[in-house]
Design a protein around this ligand. Structure first.
Ligand SMILES: [Mg+2]
Length: 368
């Protein structure tokens, strides 16, 4: 299974309604799809969402990175996918989404070659996972209305985006709790918007409102303050923007700054790196959340496959398909309300509609 060519396709993913978080409003997402073809014709696919505010990557930077990565893996045996992943990772600093997309495409192709679903290639048995759904930042009334709608559609866990000021945030959570009752689990994601003082005053109120966890209350680099908050909070603190890879994980662990981390394939550099990061985090006693960017079914299926293969993810936040007005990718998994089940066929089982992409770029081809 020699890697013969690497191509990139671009697309614009539009959201049905804009989603507001603490530092951005997302209306559409520039996306790069990667196609890795093996000798013999098997093709695997990966996806990378431009996310300048989080990973620092844009459409153009990702295409450039993928072009460099391609040079290091073309002509290599894809069945040695850990070695290929190491080459991808060491090809340059940063660029985790671009690396993750290529690594995902290699795994998809190898799994197809072996006739196995990706989650099985990664050692998983199968089954389903239950995800939350995210409610974007809005007025307390607007968020309560959105919450009611999702609960009517069968969701049992809601993740509320908060963004300050803290008094308004607490009214948002209160309004949602009043609207959905005590039977629904609530999580909040502050996306770095609070100060330490805000957070200390908020966690007691949030505990009273039955909130299950608080994600990234303080800025990504405020590990000492996060550690202090954690010593005063009875609600688990989960870090997202603070943790991309193993070095961040060690810093967070040394400072005692978190009860858990949000693992995203786009931050850690793909499925293999995410599994490794998850294993390290578990061995340090940290809880795991699996999250996503504004991604289509391709990246989501890769994340579902990693979560199923690992088996230790306590919190699942894979919901971006629900917000897209359309996507050039179908399949991968079935969704029944909040339950996600990967398809039991080779690779990621996604159907990619190349005709529905904007650009096609050849980034490398094997010459004998
Ligand atoms: Mg987050």
């Amino acid at each position: 299974m020699i890697i013969r060519s690497v191509e990139a396709f671009t697309a614009d993913l539009r959201l049905t309604d804009p989603i507001r978080i603490a530092y951005a409003e997302i209306r559409d997402v520039r996306t790069v799809y990667v196609k890795v073809q093996l000798e013999g014709g098997i093709a695997g696919w990966g996806e990378a969402a431009a996310s300048p505010a989080i990973t620092g990557e844009t459409e153009e930077s990702m295409i450039s990175a993928i072009s460099t990565i391609a040079k290091g893996i073309i002509g290599r045996d894809a069945t040695a996918y850990r070695d290929v992943d190491e080459r991808i990772s060491s090809s340059m600093e940063r660029n985790p989404s671009a690396k993750g997309a290529v690594s995902t495409a290699v795994l998809d192709a190898v799994a197809k070659g072996y006739g196995l679903p990706v989650y099985k290639l990664l050692g998983g048995e199968g089954g389903s996972i239950v995800t939350d759904v995210t409610i974007g930042l809005d007025s307390p009334e607007g968020m309560a209305e959105g919450a009611r709608r999702w609960v009517d559609e069968g969701f049992r866990t809601l993740k509320l985006k908060l963004g300050g000021p803290v008094s308004l945030d607490l009214r948002r959570v209160e309004a949602v709790r009043d609207a959905v009752g005590d039977g629904v689990k609530l999580r909040v994601d502050v996306n770095q918007a609070w100060s330490l003082e805000d957070s200390i005053s908020a966690v007691d109120v949030l505990e009273g409102l039955g909130v299950e966890l608080v994600e990234q209350p303080l800025s990504a680099s405020s590990l000492m303050e996060l550690s202090e908050l954690r010593s005063r909070s009875t609600i688990p603190i989960i870090l997202d923007e603070s943790v991309f890879g193993p070095n961040d994980l060690m810093s967070v662990h040394e400072k005692g700054a978190a009860d858990g981390i949000n693992v995203k394939l786009a931050k850690s550099g793909g499925p293999i790196r995410s599994l490794d990061l998850a294993n390290s985090a578990r061995s340090l006693g940290l809880e795991l959340m699996m999250g996503c960017m504004a991604e289509s079914n391709l990246a989501l299926t890769a994340a579902v496959s990693v979560a199923i293969a690992h088996g230790g993810f306590r919190f699942i936040d894979l919901d971006s398909d629900l917000y897209l007005s359309g996507q050039p990718v179908g399949g991968g998994f079935t969704r029944h309300g909040d339950e996600l089940t990967p398809l039991d066929s080779p690779g990621l089982s996604v159907d990619v509609d190349e005709m529905n992409m904007e650009r096609r770029l050849s980034l490398g081809h094997w010459m004998r």
